[in-house]
Structures are given as structure tokens and as C-alpha cells.
Ligand binder design. Structure first.
Ligand SMILES: *Cc1c(COP(=O)(O)O)cnc(C)c1O
Length: 360
């Protein structure tokens, strides 16, 4: 049998492993920060009717510029954004990949702040961009000073700021983003995949876009919008940035079905976000009840909580899995990460954890 290592693969990919969060069929999946709630029935019906309409012209390529979708994304984000400032792709991972293709590449550098989203390093690898990670401060917080000095040290072409940060949940202040922008001549990407779950103390980086053409804010419909399976991520930035991404995107990268489904979902954005308040309640409940169980949860502005104080994370992960509950061991010593699910799922997780904690 041919092994990967037998192939004439690029040197930089030799011995690497792909992104691989386990996809197991379990009753309670709290491992990849999806929205556990199904989309509302009236939205599902509208999505299907628009897919039915789209299939009638499926013999033709879709609108390469997905203008109608970009208009709806601009309207959803507000802040007087124009359609020409919006861009989208098959998930924000693809948006980030396009950013690396346009602004990274051989001889160029990207900087992140660890621990952070594992896809940044994998996308950098695929785009032949050197990726550096600077340490965070106490409890995974960032400060303008820390960001400034990391940028001065590494001189990156791309700065990745995840706000709030995955896997820690840590919110990011606008002053940190302003500091990053001032410290670099490269681009600053703020990944706001979880922005809709914020407690609201930190404003979106979208408010910083005017006058900052090297600032890019990425969002996704995979989390709060409960649309992970549809694959739609997007970006707000200066129109010149959108022109740059057009150079590397594949023609017609957003299928007619993707565009139709996303447009329908955005026309029902209020209904689609109807579960966010409930998820915030469960997130805040996790913060309180994990502490009551003797764990040390980190502050979170997202729909998940990282908690420390787990003696044997892999053992606990497996013990929870045996009870039908899937969480995430992100490899940070003594921690696990759990997504805030429905009330019933969150209750089941906390009950199982309490039982396992008292046994231990
Ligand atoms: C989940 C997540 C994304 C979203 O990825 P999609 O490709 O849009 O599904 C992006 N960034 C971070 C930090 C995430 O956790």
C-alpha cells in the first residue's frame, strides 16, 4: 500500500497531520462550538424554496460576484458598510486561506498569539507562509504592549487576532486591535467567528474600519447563525482588500445553492439568532457551575468555556464520551473545552462531570 510519505509531496507537508476534531455520532456533541439548536422551521422552508428556485438555472454558473448576498451581509453587519466592502467564501476558513494566498506566501510571515485557533498555522503551512506564535499574558489575556512588542520582534506581514479567542474564550479590547494596526505595515485580521455571543463590553472591530485599509474583520454563519453545514464565512474590509482577494479566489467559488441558502438565512437573521440569548445563559451557567465543582473556568465571550483544574484531561474526555458526551481536549495541560449547548445538553454535561469529579 502506498503511504503518504512515498509520494513526491512538498517538503513542508511531510509528516504533518490534517485538522482532525473527532466527528463521532454521540447524543451530546459539545466539541466544535456549533449551535446545538436546529434552525427555525419557517426559515428551513424558505431555504428549501429558494434552493428549488436556484436549481432551475443550475445549468449556468452562479453570480461570480454574489452581489445580492454581499448586499445582505452588509445590511446585516450595519455600520454603514457597502456591498463592495464585503467578501465571502465557503466558511471563514476559506476566507482566511484567501487572505494568506494574497498577503502571505514564500518569504512572508504571519503572527498569532497562542493558544489560538489551530487553523491559522495549518492555513499558513498550506500557503507556504512562516507562522510565529507569541505567548499570551496571565489567563490568556492580551495587552496593547504585548501585541506591540510581538509585532516589533517578528515583523509579520499578517497579524491574526481572534476575538473572542478560540480555544480560550478570551475577549479582545479595541485598544489591542488599534495597537496592532499602528505597530505593523502588514495586514491585521480580526477573526470574529463568535462575535454574536459577546457580553457586549467589547465592540466589534468593524467600528475601526474607517480609515484603516489594512484591517480585515472576518465573520462566519457557522456559529451563532446555526448554519455550519452550509459553509458560509465572510469578511468586511476596504474595497481594495476585496480586490486583492479576487486575485486568488477560484472563479464561481460560491455555488448557486450556497448563495441562495445564505440569502434566505440572512433575510431571517432575527429568527436565526433567536437562540443566542439562550446559549449565552448556558455559557454563563457553565462559568458559574464549573467553578462550583472546583474547576477554574476562563472568562468567555463566546459559546464555549475552557476550564482548568482537570487532572487528567484525556481520561476525563474518555469518561465523558463513555456517557455519550463529546467535549474537546485542545491539548492545553489540565484543561478541557466545552461548548454551551441547549439547556438539556448543558445540564447533562454538568451532571456527568459532577459525577466523575466526585469519583475521582
Ligand atoms: C469555528 C471558527 C471559524 C469558523 O470556521 P468556518 O469555516 O466559517 O466554519 C473561524 N474562526 C474560528 C476562530 C473558529 O473557531
Amino acid at each position: 500500500m502506498t503511504e503518504l510519505s512515498d509520494l513526491p509531496i512538498r517538503d513542508s507537508l511531510k509528516g504533518r497531520t490534517p485538522y482532525g476534531a473527532p466527528q463521532l455520532h454521540v447524543p451530546i456533541a459539545l466539541n466544535v462550538n456549533e449551535n446545538s439548536h436546529r434552525i427555525p422551521e419557517e426559515v428551513a422552508i424558505d431555504v428549501v424554496s429558494r434552493l428549488a428556485k436556484a436549481v432551475l438555472s443550475i445549468n449556468r454558473y452562479p453570480d461570480r460576484e454574489f452581489t445580492a448576498l454581499r448586499e445582505k451581509l452588509a445590511a446585516y453587519l450595519g455600520h454603514n458598510l457597502k456591498a463592495e466592502q464585503l467578501w465571502a467564501a465557503n466558511g471563514s476558513n476559506e476566507v482566511i486561506q484567501q487572505i494568506f494566498q494574497a498577503f502571505g506566501g514564500p518569504g512572508r510571515k504571519a503572527l498569532g498569539f497562542k493558544p489560538t485557533y489551530s487553523m491559522y498555522s495549518l492555513i499558513a503551512l498550506g500557503a507556504d507562509t512562516d507562522y510565529f506564535e507569541a505567548e499570551r499574558a496571565e489567563r490568556y489575556e492580551l495587552t496593547p504592549e504585548l501585541i506591540r512588542s510581538a509585532i516589533e520582534e517578528h515583523e509579520p506581514n499578517i497579524v491574526m487576532l481572534c476575538s473572542p479567542n478560540n480555544p480560550t474564550g478570551t475577549p479582545l479590547s479595541l485598544s489591542c486591535i488599534e495597537a496592532a494596526y499602528e505597530a505593523t505595515n502588514g495586514i491585521v485580521v480580526v477573526d470574529e467567528a463568535y462575535a454574536e455571543f459577546s457580553h457586549g463590553q467589547e465592540e466589534s472591530a468593524i467600528s475601526l474600519l474607517p480609515g484603516r485599509p489594512r484591517l480585515l474583520v472576518s465573520r462566519t454563519m457557522s456559529k451563532a447563525f446555526a448554519f455550519a453545514g452550509a459553509r458560509l464565512g465572510y469578511l468586511a474590509a476596504d474595497p481594495a482588500v476585496v480586490d486583492a482577494l479576487r486575485l486568488v479566489r477560484l472563479p464561481y467559488h460560491l455555488s448557486a445553492f450556497t448563495q441562495a441558502a445564505a440569502e434566505a438565512a440572512l433575510d431571517h437573521s432575527e429568527a436565526m439568532l433567536g437562540t443566542v440569548a439562550d446559549i449565552q445563559v448556558q455559557r454563563d451557567r457553565l462559568l458559574v457551575e464549573l467553578a462550583e465543582l472546583g474547576y477554574d473556568p476562563y472568562r468567555s465571550d463566546s459559546n464555549f468555556v475552557l476550564f482548568a483544574g482537570v487532572e487528567d484531561p484525556q481520561g476525563m474526555f474518555e469518561a465523558l464520551l463513555a456517557k455519550g458526551i463529546l467535549v474537546r481536549n485542545v491539548g492545553i495541560p489540565n484543561t478541557l473545552r466545552v461548548t454551551a449547548g441547549t439547556e438539556a445538553e448543558t445540564t447533562a454535561f454538568l451532571a456527568a462531570l459532577a459525577e466523575l469529579t466526585h469519583q475521582g
